[in-house]
Design a protein around this ligand. Structure first.
Ligand code: ADP
Length: 772
């Protein structure tokens, strides 16, 4: 027995067994080959079993011991085939081959072992090697084994979680995500023999079975509707789980409810877990997941951990789907609002166009009537109405263009056009305006090799918008309009030597209603939609718009469109228009631009220091300050003319276009009152107010602000800034005159009080002197 020393617990056990009562016989009789093999086995830390003799008596070491489970110690000295009969489908063939002298090696074999009183799913890598005895025949088998059950199951379960994540990731609704969870889990019945998914209603009163995997629906084990209020008599403690943050384990399923008709094994699952799936921020779980536990695995720590991670993965998948669903509902609601807005714009624009056109047509007739011509003073008034009516119509038409573009209803009619000639003609309509402003206009439109397909009305709007912007923002130098062929494209360039645009503004220029803050153009007026319309119209020609600009140097707008017509929808080529046209022609742009000039079209100075032209008799009351001088500041030429004409009935009026001009005028001659617009280029009304209040000579000067910004806050802001009064546009003639008169009177009273105060002081001083 000297050779049988050590070997740990199994060494002790082997030494204690009376082997003479076994087919191996007493230890002393064991052949050397067996002795050597046993001592090798006991000396190894690696799990090894050997089986010897015709009865394949099993001897194993400490490493192999746990593999035997509850079979130990009976398994020591047992016939290997009898001990591992349950594993025979997986190992039998390899065993038999080894008995015939051929070694075999099998990797990560799935083996069902009955070692703990039930069939257990296990994984092993092992080999069987024949051991030659003294006769040269196969005396026994050498069987090293490594158990991989936990690693293999961990990988397999990880795959479940990965699949869940993959399958739910693109789901767009919670119900689609639940269906994807069910479909995925159906592929993994080895770990999840059955799964029931219950959807909890919003007040957590009922749970409805929405998916059943592995079990038929609507049986005692899978009720379709579970009342969560009453003490539940169902198999699953759903009512308890809905109120608890934890999952609950249900045991003894078969004993209590009979066999469950589910796979993948003949044995019915005994245990299930009920998992609450609570989405972030929710008061109670949205879903309850009943997940069966494999009948061939113990619910050990790793398996429990798997259920926890399963719950997390389902929560994650459903949360993402819910977020997506909420987001798309929001987007849909926004799209709905957008559609409604488009319809509204389109309806409103139509509604505006009809009365506007009906007003402008008779006005046009009246102005061109040579048989009954209007007297000059009426003509002036009517011309203001016409100009502003046209401006309104232009704005309404632009809004209508936008709503048509958004609704996909814009109607383009692409016609082969001599674009060079057409562009040169359009640009030339601006010539006299541009030259009158002291700028030069360079038009370089060389003949093109072929006609270009454009919608002429749209092209007109593109050219006019770019040109009128160039004019508005250029005070010296030149404006260049160039059209040229560049390979298979046509390039229109409108360049100016104006104020330029800072680089951080350029990316926003095409955004609707975007205007550059404090950009000092000829007029402060504008809606910020001209360039976005240009971009939309260019897009409809399959083209692009590019800007290069440098502050103080000028800007260059480049429109590039493809030649030919392959890029254009064929149904829009050469057809005729059925929707009402929104083209306004050059006059709408040019008439508006003329009003930005300080000189009139015929060279007359619009802004003159004019003494009262008409007598004060038509005024509502006799002014207390008939010769008072008023400085009127407004950048809108029509508004300026209108207010000037009103005030001239009673006062001397000087009209200027912005705060800077006003400061210059005041330094020449301090007026009795300043009436100023708030929003103006260069120096606005508030700026002017500040300047005048900070100058001791004009600190007391009455100042009235005029603004289109209605509302109490704007009024308070104006008065807090030191204005004497704040008038909201539009105002009536009477209101303007009364306010101006009141401010003048107040100033006069203050002046008189100040004089009386000074006289009083002088008398007092005199008296004091005489006393001394
Ligand atoms: P609007 O002229 O009605 O304000 P646009 O969409 O035509 O609206 O222009 C948006 C803004 O882009 C203008 O307010 C102006 O600040 C700037 N801009 C456009 N064209 C030029 C230009 N040629 N030079 C300088 N700034 C320009």
């Amino acid at each position: 027995m000297d050779w049988l020393i050590g070997g740990g617990e199994m060494g002790k056990l082997i030494r204690s067994i009376d082997w003479s009562k076994t087919p191996l016989g007493a230890i002393a009789s064991w052949p050397q080959s067996l002795r050597t093999t046993v001592s090798l086995c006991l000396a190894s830390n690696f799990p090894i079993s050997i089986s010897w003799g015709p009865n394949y008596i099993q001897i194993y070491n400490d490493g192999y011991w746990p593999i035997c489970g509850k079979k130990h110690p009976h398994s020591m000295g047992q016939d290997f085939r009898e001990c591992w009969a349950s594993a025979w489908p997986a190992i039998g063939e390899a065993f038999n081959r080894a008995c015939e002298g051929e070694a075999s090696y099998l990797e990560n074999q799935r083996i069902f072992l009955d070692r703990n009183g039930y069939m257990e799913e296990t994984f092993f890598t092992f080999s069987f090697s024949p051991i030659r005895d003294e006769t040269g025949g196969v005396g026994g088998l050498f069987h090293p084994v490594i158990e991989l059950t936990q690693q293999t199951l961990a990988e397999r379960r990880l795959q479940v979680l990965r699949d869940l994540s993959d399958q739910t990731t693109d789901t767009k609704t919670v119900s689609a995500a639940i269906a994807a969870v069910a479909q995925t889990l159906a592929q993994h019945d080895l770990d999840l023999p059955f799964v029931l998914i219950y959807l909890v209603d919003s007040d957590a009163k009922q749970a409805r079975l929405v998916e059943s995997v592995g079990l038929p629906k609507d049986t005692i084990t899978s009720p379709t509707l579970v009342n969560l209020d009453a003490a539940s008599l169902t198999m699953w403690p759903l009512a308890d789980v809905v109120r608890s943050p934890h999952s609950l384990q249900v045991d003894g399923l078969q004993d209590r409810w009979g066999e469950l008709s589910c796979g993948p094994y003949p044995e019915s699952p005994q245990t299930a877990l009920v998992l609450p799936i609570r989405l972030p921020g929710a008061e109670h779980p949205m879903v309850l997941l009943v997940a069966g536990v494999s009948s061939r695995r113990p619910l050990d720590q790793p398996y429990r951990q798997f259920y926890k991670m399963l719950g997390d993965a389902v929560t994650n998948g459903l949360s993402k789907a819910r977020a997506y669903e909420a987001e798309s509902k929001r987007a849909e609601a926004l799209a709905e609002i957008d559609r409604a807005k488009t319809v509204f714009f389109s309806n409103v624009s139509h509604e505006f166009r009809t009365p506007l056109t009906l007003m402008l047509a008779p006005l046009e007739d009246a102005l061109s009537d040579t048989e009954a011509p209007l007297p000059p003073s009426q003509r002036d008034r009517m011309e203001i109405v016409q100009r502003n009516g046209l401006r309104l119509l232009k704005l309404v038409n632009t809004l209508l263009d936008f709503s048509r573009i958004e609704a996909g209803r814009i109607q383009a009619v692409y016609q082969p056009t001599d674009l060079s000639k057409w562009t040169a003609e359009l640009a030339s309509t601006f010539r006299s305006l541009i030259e009158r402003a002291g700028l030069s206009l360079v038009v370089e439109c060389a003949p093109l090799s072929a006609p270009v397909y454009v919608d002429r009305e749209m092209w007109e709007k593109i050219v006019f918008n770019l040109l009128s912007n160039a004019f508005k923002f250029t005070f010296a130098g030149q404006i260049t309009v160039r059209l040229q062929d560049v390979a298979d494209r046509i390039e229109l360039t409108v360049a100016d030597t104006g104020i330029g645009i800072s680089s951080n503004e350029i990316p926003h220029l095409f955004e609707r209603f975007h205007r550059v803050k404090e950009a000092q153009g000829r007029s402060f007026e504008g809606s910020g939609i001209g360039l976005s319309l240009v971009q939309e119209l260019v897009k409809l020609h399959g083209g692009t718009v590019h800007i290069t600009s440098e502050l103080g140097q000028g800007s260059c707008f480049r429109v590039v469109i493809p030649t030919g017509f392959a890029h254009l929808p064929s149904e829009h080529i050469g057809t005729s228009r059925t929707l009402a046209s929104t083209a306004m022609g050059a006059s709408a742009y040019i008439e508006e631009a003329w009003r930005w000039l300080p000189i009139g079209r015929d060279g007359e100075e619009i802004l003159s220091f004019a003494p009262s032209a008409s007598s004060a008799s038509s005024a509502p009351s006799t002014p207390s300050t008939p010769c008072a001088r008023i400085l009127l500041v407004d950048d809108n030429a029509d508004m300026r003319d209108y207010a000037k004409r009103l005030l001239e009935q009673r006062y001397q009026v000087q009209a200027v276009a912005d705060g800077i001009e006003a400061i210059a005028a005041v330094s020449q001659h301090i007026p009795d009152l300043v009436l100023t617009d708030v929003m103006m280029p260069r120096l606005d009304g508030f700026g002017l107010l500040r300047e005048l209040r900070s100058n001791p000579q004009t600190r007391e000067l009455p100042i009235i602000l005029l603004s289109a910004r209605a509302g109490e806050e704007s009024r308070i802001e104006g008065l807090a800034a030191g204005a004497d009064d704040y008038l909201i546009k539009p105002f009536s003639t009477r209101e303007l005159l009364i306010r101006v008169e009141a401010a003048l009177k107040l100033a006069q009273i203050r002046r008189e009080a100040a004089i009386r105060g000074r006289a009083g002081e002088a008398v007092t001083k005199c008296k004091l002197n005489s006393l001394v």
